[in-house]
Design a protein around this ligand. Structure first.
Ligand code: SF4
Length: 301
């Protein structure tokens, strides 16, 4: 297996900087995500995500609680970004995503953070909620790659991604980690203010899978490349879980790595919605795993 992150090839040909220079104009009539707010973020206009022209970081640290293939011995080099393009009423990090906790930093500083994390021995650089900062992240990666960054880049997102942006990330992102939430339009509208989420996430997943395929691990069991899918099982939404797992097994690959997550708990505005105002039961989670097994999935849960 090739252990070199893909962006190092783009660095050597000059393509990485070309991409970094092509992307900032996207901020002028923002369509970085499917909301396509068309605001000019470079002059202070804000779209639904509330992200500006710069990049805001909430925290950066070696995260030991991510999936085992991301953690290795030194943790996943997590950089939590402020704001979010999804409006989940149940967000478990609402202080960061909805309330804007974080500090504005330069792309130089983000590049420095990646190098500091690398020096601490992390297994990858894990950008959490990166979608609305794609141009700034690509610039930071280009800067860091020139200064010796050699770790895979993880795109840890909600799956509400614009196809042109995901295509522009080809060869830069090694590991896509979308968290797929709903395949039902009404639920996506009610709980995330994104009625087109189901169709968008299907297309995004297909493109991610086309670029990097199922998750590949090195000899030590550490992820080097591929798609790592998360699915947060929601209370009372068994049909969504079944439809999502079926899509993964049939349209991507039964070899897909899927973390079927049990840790949902009511947060932020969940108390306003009876159906999701509770934890899931262990039986609900077991049932989701059994559905996955019946569909031929076997990795990640
Ligand atoms: S990234 Fe933000 S401003 Fe841009 S289209 Fe999406 S929600 Fe709107």
């Amino acid at each position: 297996m090739n252990l070199t992150p893909s962006y190092m090839k783009l660095r050597d040909t000059g393509e990485l900087w070309r991409r970094a220079e092509q992307m900032p104009p996207m901020l002028k009539k923002c369509a970085l995500c499917p909301r396509a707010c068309a605001v000019d973020r470079t002059v202070g206009e804000l779209g639904e995500c509330k992200a500006g022209a710069g990049i805001m970081v909430s925290s950066a640290f070696p995260h030991l609680g991510e999936e085992p293939p991301l953690v290795g011995m030194g943790g996943s080099g997590t950089i939590f970004l402020t704001h979010c393009n999804l409006r989940c009423v149940f967000c478990q990090n609402f202080d960061i995503s909805h309330m804007g906790r974080g500090e504005e930093v330069t792309t130089e500083e983000v590049a420095r953070m990646t190098l500091q994390l690398q020096a601490m021995g992390v297994a990858n650089i894990n950008f959490v909620t990166p979608t609305h900062y794609a141009p700034q992240i690509v610039e930071a990666v280009a800067l860091a790659a020139e200064r010796g960054l050699q770790l895979p880049i993880v795109w840890n997102c909600g799956g509400y991604e614009s196809l042109p942006v995901i295509r522009a990330l080809e060869g830069i992102v090694d590991i896509y980690m979308p968290d797929i939430k709903f395949f039902d339009k009404a639920s996506a509208e009610k709980y995330m203010a994104a009625p087109n989420y189901p169709q968008v996430v299907r297309k995004a997943l297909l493109e991610m899978h086309r670029q990097v395929g199922p998750l590949e691990l090195d000899r030590r069991g550490i992820a080097r490349k591929g798609v790592l899918i998360r699915h947060l099982v929601m209370p009372g939404h068994k049909e969504d879980t079944e439809a999502i797992l079926k899509f993964i097994a049939e349209k991507l690959s039964p070899d897909s790595y899927v973390n079927i997550m049990e840790q949902y708990h009511p947060a932020w505005r969940s108390h306003e919605f009876d159906k999701i105002n509770r934890r899931i039961t262990h039986a609900e989670w077991e049932e989701a795993c059994e559905t996955a097994r019946k569909l031929g999935l076997s990795r990640g849960f």
